[in-house]
Design a protein around this ligand. Sequence first.
Ligand code: G4P
Length: 529
Amino acid sequence: MDLEKEINRRRTFAIISHPDAGKTTLTEKFLLYGGAINTAGSVKGKANSKYAVSDWMDIEKERGISVTSSVLQFEYDDYCINILDTPGHQDFSEDTYRTLMAADSAVMVIDASKGVEAQTIKLFKVCVMRHIPIFTFINKMDRDARDSFELLSDIESVLGIQTCPINWPIGSGKDFKGIYDRKAKTVRTFTQTAVGGAKEAKEVDYDVESDELKALAGDTLYEQLLEEIELLDEAGNEFDLNAVQNGNLSPVFFGSALNTFGVEIFLKYFLSMTTHPLARESDEGVIDPVTAPFSGFIFKIQANMNKAHRDRIAFMRICSGKFDADKDVYHVQSQRRLKLSQPQTIMAQERSIINEAYAGDVVGVFDPGIFSIGDTLTAPGNKFAYEGIPTFAPEHFSRLVSLNSMKRKQFIKGITQIAQEGAIQIFEDYNLGMSEIIVGVVGVLQFDVLKYRLENEYGCEIRLEPLPYQFIRWIGDPSTDPGKLRRMNNVKAVKDMKGNPLLLFVNDWMIRMVLEDNEGLELKEFRKN
Ligand code: G4P
């Protein structure tokens, strides 16, 4: 198959949701259709204490949450699909943000009984910032749901995006009869499957005018359906593929992932409405996925994924051309030519070595310790760099004390590696240097992860002493000496791992005071890697 065909059949998307809305179940059902797994429950089955293949740390099992993002690749209907699974727990949002940078579109799973939840809002904002298409799957229709129109207006008002239902439910909970396809004008009836919907559900379609459907739905629900269809046709947003692809209109689908209902319809429409990998901005202009030679960027780094392999894996999103494992690549940031050893597709802990991959794919490569999040890899001879991934400002800070002075080397190695992965940010006191280490995180759970990992992977015991700071600002001009700034009581000056000076503030008000009293001082909220 030629390069263009290979790239055009790729779809790379992230699934986002509030925890428990059904993201894992939906992902699993996609894999079922793609033939990548045979039975449901192999991705996750909390009930029989089999955990998601994406759960890789004991801490996840203890807490029943998914800490890391994994990448799943499967084939369906001539498409090659890459799903970027994102951790749903709010404390892991920074990793999730980065994963969204590698996706071309996003699927938002919403629990029909709950509507838009806090976590969805945060993640959604990143999608909006990137103008990527967002598809909504309203899940759990087999349970009592909120009114469908109410759910739509919730999405529109809370998230600020227009919606266009592609199908429409008939009833919900024990009265859930099926979904009406607005384009085909047919109704697919709902059958409850065995627990977990291990098999692909039997799905039957009826014409909306048919007597069988009237009998199945019953008079009340049937009348209600006709009224609602009329209302949608008259007052709803019209479908506009351009608006979908620009991220301004979200196509909405209803179903029940657990019962494997509405999942295949969703997948089919989704694949036809979303795009293959598109051109991306670099510092040398737009890079076309097909005509440009190989290039990609690192969006995630993870160490010690599996204790059996004590290594560091960098996740690379390929943005253009074909990646060939036998050929050298150029690492733009270190200006080094190198061969990426043992490139692999990673399905959680399952790894398989690959020889080639195409724009749209995500490949895990061994990191010899030179990669950072946001780095660009190109075919030798090309030196452009993709736009960096923003570093999100940590909101919680602690002083990090090593309890075992004999293990200083291991301790420094551990915190440096974990920081390079981007899970935490490390700072040193501006004057005292590494003898006072401060760690900053986006979500407090990362403190526990850090403690756990330092103990389990590096054999280092630590103590974390919480600090009152909540805001961090990079000093615009790195040659500024914080010691010479005015109004610095209660403000802490630190350096990041690259030696850049920063200030930590207890509240917003202090930031304004320091800015007012130090003319010409520039403070930045984000820093591009
Ligand atoms: P998440 O990844 O978004 O956190 O959600 P996950 O798929 O783990 O689903 C959360 C819970 O919701 C699970 O139940 C799952 O079985 C259930 N669920 C998912 N989709 C549907 C659906 O369409 N209908 C209904 N009724 N339930 C659904 P659990 O009790 O937490 O786990 P388990 O014991 O069922 O595995």
